[in-house]
Design a protein around this ligand. Structure first.
Ligand code: NAG
Ligand code: NAG
Ligand code: NAG
Length: 338
């Protein structure tokens, strides 16, 4: 009897903690103003974009694209307080073995089996660099391509007038998955056994397909539990503003079902983000949920999500896309179920 009662108590507790830790089915957020932009340092950057972010013992480590008409590269900076993020020192990764030229849209994680940090990014292919020390911006290795034979055929067949962008790696216990987008309605997925990572990525398959505007780019996939994964992807709204849609599945490979996935009820967009005063941006564009769990499972706590994103002053939204003055800002979930 006592044993049974204990069991019942344990499972009630388990149920309660499971409920307390569940992902919301709809989201509301509040945003800061723009926090991080280019510095007056002679580089003449137009935008700071596409952030990936982890928090380690109270320090935030951010890798972002740098953009200007001439093209893209990446920057690293760290800070302990978002209010002072704008004054964090920039370390441009073109000074490291990553080198100059087209490199953009980074994702950072710690690959536990190798004891190394991986930076995943686009360079015309899907590339990675590794580093023992996330704080050492010069410690990254030169780019290695995931697809040694160049752009896979399935992408060339579907890309139309799009671009092959926004690579994202996430691993479960057995497999590492590499996602990418074609800015033309396809989300692709390759895989390799975790023991072979980073080598051996398979020919991609189409993981999600739809209208270009609905499945545009900037995918992020996170593990909530072994049975629940969250996928967010950037979409283009009715008047051209960017917002995020969300999907969930019980596995990474397939089975994605819409969660909050419309412009009216987005994961994050003008419809559900509150600003102080006049919104500084109408777009909630390329960004990432802050991770405190650092490994290749990209596990997040579904409570009180924080999302570092890029936004754009609507008054400055004209001219060449690469020269637009994107800035980074933070949204914090206000309707967390836990
Ligand atoms: C939002 O989700 C909560 C439960 O998570 C639900 O009670 C509420 O009705 C939802 N609101 C909308 C507008 O869908
Ligand atoms: C965080 O700090 C603790 C205590 O100083 C240390 O043991 C741990 O290794 C640190 N974690 C990381 C990921 O650096
Ligand atoms: C990591 O790199 C930073 C910056 O170069 C350096 O200050 C720190 O000592 C390094 N940590 C280790 C463990 O080497």
């Amino acid at each position: 009897m006592k044993f049974l009662a204990l069991l019942a108590a344990a499972s009630i507790q388990q149920l309660a903690s499971r409920q307390a830790k569940s992902l919301s089915s709809n989201f509301t957020w509040k945003s800061t103003g723009p926090l991080i932009g280019p510095k007056d340092d002679g580089r003449n950057l137009a935008g700071i974009k596409d952030p990936t972010i982890v928090e380690i013992n109270g320090t935030y480590h951010v890798f972002s694209s740098t953009s200007q008409l001439a093209g893209y590269n990446m920057v690293y900076f760290s800070f302990t307080d978002f209010e002072k993020a704008g004054s964090a020192e920039f370390h441009y990764l073109d000074q490291s073995p990553i080198g100059t030229g087209y490199r953009a849209a980074p994702e950072v994680f710690f690959f536990e089996p190798h004891g190394l940090w991986y930076l995943i990014y686009q360079n015309g292919n899907a590339a990675y660099s590794t580093n023992k020390n996330i704080s050492d911006p010069l410690g990254w290795t030169a780019p290695t391509n995931f697809y040694p034979n160049g752009r896979p055929a399935i992408i060339s067949e579907n890309i139309g007038a799009g671009y092959w962008v926004d690579m994202w790696v996430i691993c479960d216990k057995t497999t590492c998955h590499l996602f990418s987008s074609d800015d033309n309605g396809q989300l692709y997925r390759s895989e390799t056994p975790i023991g072979d990572f980073p080598k051996g990525m398979s020919e991609p398959v189409i993981a999600l397909q739809g209208k270009k505007e609905d499945l545009f780019e900037a995918v992020c996939i996170h593990r909530i539990t072994d049975d629940q994964y969250l996928l967010v992807i950037e979409a283009i709204g009715a008047t051209g503003e960017r917002y995020f849609r969300s999907f969930t599945s019980n596995r990474i490979a397939e089975g994605w079902k819409p969660l909050a996935a419309t412009e009216e009820n987005p994961f994050a967009g003008a419809a559900n983000v509150e600003f102080e005063g006049t919104p500084w941006t109408k777009s909630i564009s390329h960004g990432e949920i802050i991770r405190t769990h650092l490994d290749q499972t990209l596990t997040i706590d579904p409570c009180k999500l924080r999302f570092l994103y890029q936004g754009l002053d609507p008054a400055l939204n004209s001219g060449e896309y690469n020269a637009l003055p994107w800035r980074l800002a933070l949204i914090t979930q206000t309707n967390s179920a836990c």
